[in-house]
Design a protein around this ligand. Structure first.
Ligand code: COA
Length: 415
């Protein structure tokens, strides 16, 4: 393969219109409101958007942008720990300029910028084969989705009497944000991994750029939030329901009916949100898997393990057999980490030099691109070491299973 190194630039405010042109041309018109809102919120954050310009244009002409990519702040929560993370998105190259290394250069540089900003995890729900080139590994299963049938729509936006209580389904307002934050945090508390915060400002902005295509609805009863949903109409006229929460099956039914009332050719809902909404979806139609889940990259494994110490301590504390004091060595093949276990807690997590035998039975060994799946609990350590050749528990399977169980993850992707 010939060497292909594109010259990339940090995007500036004047690039916004051209970036939107590329989004519309390559990713489709339905992505435009979202791209516009994310641009407005993040374009001035250093290292968030990069572009490749066509420098073959005649001298004096403004070089047009032919390839774009973004790396957007996307904090996540793992148990009780807040993790600074970023998500690579809006990766697109005009068809006329593909295969020249543009997207690869953009992603490589954005990820390096994200490392420098101190993001501990980078996420992507794009093509896993593409992202593997940059050190990402497949880390979380794809959430299921359901093709929702339409249900009766009479009187859904407005009052409806259910079990004696009056429930109103109405568009969310910016004055709802504090209550929405609390409601969504409570609704997603059953997940080990969930979004750290919802980008409400961006979501409201998307709605204002795309009235009729983007919907944020709340259900309220006696002034108390009892449901929330966010949905987006794509270029095929399908309403994609990306996040929904409901307190009761009656509220789930009302939200579903309200979404059915939005003129569209079909309804596609993510099988996430809270248990009530999930049960409602599962009762409607078969759950299908999305093609790709979430790939992740961990630039600083020691930093991530240090951050997660409260979670490890909790897991060690609830283990059926107490862990003896010892130093558990994790080989990442070209580097290593020592987890110091003292009195049933992680006293320290520190970098160590790699040993000559990278997969010695004295150590746990895990290839760096499989490390995110271990920490984010894609299968849990036991199943991962069974499935993956270069994830090896050595003589430490019990400890590894205690520290790295399978976790349940809220959908971190948008439809
Ligand atoms: C995917 C895309 C961004 C690649 O842009 P590009 O500037 O041509 O990318 P590069 O030249 O840097 O790299 C091409 C590499 O991307 C990978 N790639 C390209 N298309 C791919 C696909 N559909 N699936 C998996 N990998 C793909 C290949 O590994 C290829 O490497 P190779 O040429 O050595 O085989 C571009 O094809 C595009 O805009 N597609 C439509 C939008 C899209 O799918 N975006 C999501 C990307 S996650």
């Amino acid at each position: 393969m010939s060497e292909r190194l594109a010259v990339t630039d940090e995007a500036c405010v004047d690039d916004a219109d051209q970036i939107i042109d590329v989004v519309e041309d390559v990713l489709g018109r339905h992505e435009v409101p979202s791209a516009r809102a994310w641009l407005r919120q993040t374009l001035e954050i250093p290292g968030s958007w990069r572009v490749v310009r066509d420098r073959s244009a005649s001298p004096g002409a403004v070089p047009s942008i032919v390839s774009i990519a973004a790396c957007l702040p996307t904090p996540i929560r793992l148990g009780s720990v807040a993790i600074p993370a970023a998500r690579v998105d809006f990766v697109a190259t005009r068809a006329s300029h593909r295969g020249r290394g543009h997207a690869s250069s953009l992603v490589r540089e954005l990820v390096a910028d994200s490392d420098r900003r101190g993001d501990v995890v980078q996420l992507s729900d794009g093509l896993p084969y593409f992202y593997r080139q940059f050190g990402f590994g497949y880390a979380l299963e794809a959430p299921g989705m359901v093709v929702l049938p339409r249900v009766a729509t009479a009187n859904v936006l407005g009052d409806s009497c259910a079990e004696g209580a009056s429930i109103t389904v109405r568009p969310a307002a910016t004055t709802d944000i504090a209550r929405l934050d609390r409601y969504v945090a409570k609704s997603s508390s059953g997940y080990d991994i969930a979004p750290g915060e919802s980008p409400w400002d961006t979501w409201f902005e998307i709605s204002s750029f795309g009235p009729g295509t983007d919907h944020l609805l709340v259900a309220e009863s006696d002034g108390v939030l009892v449901g929330f949903t966010r949905a987006h109409l794509d270029s095929d006229d399908v309403l994609r329901v990306q996040a929904s929460y409901a307190d009761t099956s009656e509220v789930a039914r009302l939200l579903h009916a309200a979404l059915s009332g939005v003129g569209s050719a079909g309804l596609l809902a993510l099988h996430c949100g809270n248990a009530v909404w999930r049960d409602h979806l599962a009762a409607q139609a078969p759950v299908m898997a999305l093609p790709f889940g979430v790939s992740a990259r961990v630039p600083n494994p020691v930093g991530l393990l240090r951050l997660l110490r409260p979670e490890f301590d909790r897991r060690l504390d609830s283990a059926s057999v107490p862990e003896p004091d010892r130093n558990l060595r994790l080989s990442l093949f070209t580097s290593a980490i020592i987890l110091e276990i003292r009195a049933g807690m992680i006293a320290d997590a520190r970098a160590a030099s790699p040993s000559d035998d990278a997969a010695s039975p004295e150590d746990v060994a895990i290839a760096p691109d499989w490390f995110p799946a271990l920490v984010l609990g894609r299968w849990g350590a036991e199943e991962q070491t069974r499935r993956v050749d270069d994830a090896i528990a050595g003589a430490h399977s019990t400890t590894l299973n205690t520290l790295f169980p399978a976790l349940n993850a809220h959908a971190l992707v948008d439809l």
